[in-house]
Design a protein around this ligand. Structure first.
Ligand SMILES: CC(C)(COP(=O)(O)OP(=O)(O)OC[C@H]1O[C@@H](n2cnc3c(N)ncnc32)[C@H](O)[C@@H]1OP(=O)(O)O)[C@@H](O)C(=O)NCCC(=O)NCCS
Length: 180
């Protein structure tokens, strides 16, 4: 059974945090562009979860996917801190464990994050990804995001490559926006 649940204080016990860390670490080791150069450790993930849980309602939204009782995916957005950007939020991470990929979890997490943004009154939801991530690009475009910019050769992994950073936005004010 698959479940997508919002992150709350009791969503992830210690064992589940270890599962989430292992899932993210494996993706980073396999060259996923999730913002980490080195695979994150449990302490770092605990700190991230704590920070997300400490945000005011409507200021951040995190979701977790479970398959049976195992952590299979994770994602979150946070509102922009800059006062003049407060109506908007940035989808900072979306990740599905390698073993759980290709069965609709990424799309389900993304839809839940979009629904949460809409409920919170977010006007524009932004995100970015690395230019070689065709899978993410296809997913985001199919959910209504559009490319608003591309920084050529901006992402510099440790191995010396230079890859584009692609910027997407979903305008939730548009009447015809998906899942309105
Ligand atoms: C991107 C990611 C979240 C997608 O999760 P997923 O659960 O595998 O995706 P889904 O099964 O929901 O598929 C969603 C769409 O992605 C695309 N997709 C999925 N697998 C794909 C593949 N092997 N090749 C190309 N596109 C693919 C398709 O458009 C698919 O929609 P469709 O099945 O209706 O055609 C996941 O691959 C991941 O965590 N990658 C590493 C981290 C990352 O890159 N995150 C996003 C950038 S921050």
């Amino acid at each position: 059974m698959t479940r997508i649940v919002p992150l709350e204080d009791d969503t992830l016990d210690a064992a589940a945090v270890v599962q989430l860390t292992a899932l993210l670490a494996e993706l980073v080791r396999d060259d996923a562009a999730l913002g980490w150069v080195d695979p994150p450790g449990v302490e770092e993930i605990e700190k991230l979860l704590k920070q997300l849980l400490a945000r005011e309602p409507g200021d951040a939204h995190a979701v977790v996917a479970f398959v049976e009782e195992e952590v299979a995916g994770f994602g979150y957005w946070t509102r922009y801190p800059r006062p003049t950007h407060r109506p908007h939020a940035d989808l900072e991470k979306l990740a599905v464990g390698t073993r759980f990929g290709g069965r609709g979890l990424g799309r389900a997490l993304l839809r839940e994050l979009i629904a949460g943004a809409r409920t919170a009154g977010v006007e524009q939801l932004t995100l970015d990804f690395r230019g070689d991530n065709a899978r993410a690009e296809k997913l985001y475009l199919s959910e209504g995001f559009r490319e608003y910019g591309r920084l050529r050769e901006f992402v510099a992994p440790a191995d010396g490559r230079r890859l584009d950073k692609v910027l997407h936005v979903l305008d939730l004010r548009e009447a015809g926006a998906p899942h309105a």
